[in-house]
Design a protein around this ligand. Structure first.
Ligand SMILES: *Cc1c(COP(=O)(O)O)cnc(C)c1O
Length: 389
């Protein structure tokens, strides 16, 4: 659950004064993982891959991924500027609800390749703006299909994209807006799908979008099938089957069509560890607790997902309080009962001073966390094998 390189580095950090807590990213492991995904997607007809920056937009992560992806998907003006600065040549798709006029301007100024339009109002606003630019603007319309999403980790119900009735309003707006060139349909419907479920969903999107685009007379249509490829926090070794997905989805496309996906979590989650140490071990109301330095204000993932975050202990043979052969709940330093990384996990031995490394912290970890709550020191961020540092 931790690479040798990251493990050695974690031990060095623990030995250094004030080295913990810290995020350790193994860019070598990320490079290998991304190369394997890319390899799976070399099947003829397989989708292009745009990495969803919101999963982890750190510059060393983006630089490591760049050779293995076709582009980057951004969901705000902030991400857009950051990605353009970090990877000046990258192809960029810009999506997300509630784009402001300034963000749309930025998208045009920074030559975003595809803007994913989320509502008829946004389309009108973009059309008006595009009139003052002396070129065509390539867009995709984002659709949100009803469908049955039972069993997924997160269904994108809510204000994301347009339902099939609302998207009809776009036809008239487009007919009036020669600067806007409709290239295809974008759909990101759910997160947490395994390969077979993802193929089924991809087929659903294609079946709906093809006739829609046909009626709009779009030639060589594009279909962005979204992200949401499953990861398994209960079993970090159980990974999304990219080969199976690529092989199956490649058979769905027709000549002249371009398929595209935009995964985030399944790409970067395995490359990061939140490394910390046990400050105290104690029993309260019959249950054992290990109090760790830091907390979920650094790694909010287990709170948002309400799961036990996977971890590995690196024993340090301390002489402080310890627990043997008991279930232990791992908590942080926050004064709230919600500050829990993992609950009642059967544990051989855990002692004060032991190092704890939380795996699968490379996506939706630090960047979704409420860092300032309680004003504890910020963790370090270490990128192993970063060629630029
Ligand atoms: C968040 C998001 C993604 C990435 O989702 P993952 O679950 O990280 O793969 C892709 N597309 C859109 C539109 C998103 O909002």
């Amino acid at each position: 659950m931790i690479t040798n390189r990251a493990r050695e580095y974690a031990a060095d950090l623990a030995a250094a004064d004030k080295g913990l807590p810290a995020f350790v990213y193994d860019l070598g492991a990320l490079d290998e993982h991304a190369a394997a995904i890319r390899q799976a997607l070399t099947v003829p007809g397989a989708p292009e891959i745009f990495y969803a920056a919101k999963a982890n937009p750190d510059a060393p992560i983006l630089r490591t991924l760049a050779p293995h992806v076709d582009g980057i998907e951004v969901a705000s003006g902030g991400e857009l500027e950051h990605v353009r600065r970090t990877l000046p040549e990258a192809r960029i798709a810009f999506g997300g609800p509630g784009k402001t006029l300034d963000e749309l301007k930025l998208a045009l100024d920074l030559n975003v390749e595809r803007i994913h339009v989320e509502s008829p109002h946004e389309l009108t606003r973009l059309a008006t703006l595009a009139r003052s630019y002396d070129r065509q603007v390539d867009i995709m319309l984002r659709v949100n299909l009803a469908g049955d999403r039972t069993g997924v980790a997160l269904a994108m119900s809510g204000p994301f994209g347009m339902d099939p009735d609302t998207i009809e309003e776009c036809r008239a707006i487009l007919a009036d807006s020669p600067q806007l060139r409709l290239r295809g349909i974008h759909a990101h419907l759910a997160s947490g799908l395994d390969a077979d479920a993802m193929v089924t969903q991809s087929r659903e999107i294609l079946d709906w979008a093809r006739p829609w685009l046909d009626k709009a007379e779009v030639t060589n249509p594009e279909f962005n099938l979204g992200g949401g490829m499953a990861v398994d926090y209960a079993d970090p070794n159980h990974r999304f089957d990219w080969q199976s997905y690529a092989r199956q989805v490649a058979t769905l496309g027709l000549p002249g069509e371009t398929l595209r996906i935009e995964p985030g979590r399944a790409v970067s989650v395995y490359a990061g560890w939140y490394v910390t140490e046990v400050l105290d071990v104690k029993k309260a109301h019959g249950q054992w607790y290990a109090v760790l330095r830091g907390g979920t204000m650094h790694l909010r993932t287990p709170v948002t997902k309400q799961h036990d975050h996977p971890f590995t202990v690196i024993p340090q043979n301390g002489t402080g309080p310890s627990v043997t052969d008991e279930p232990v709940t791992l908590v942080g330093q926050l004064c709230t009962p919600k500050d829990v990384f993992a609950r009642q996990v059967p544990t051989q031995h855990l002692a004060e001073g032991d190092i704890v490394t939380f795996a699968m912290s490379g996506a939706y970890g630090w960047n979704i966390s409420h860092h300032d709550f309680l004003m504890h020191p910020k963790p370090g961020h270490h990128y192993l094998n970063d060629e630029e540092s």
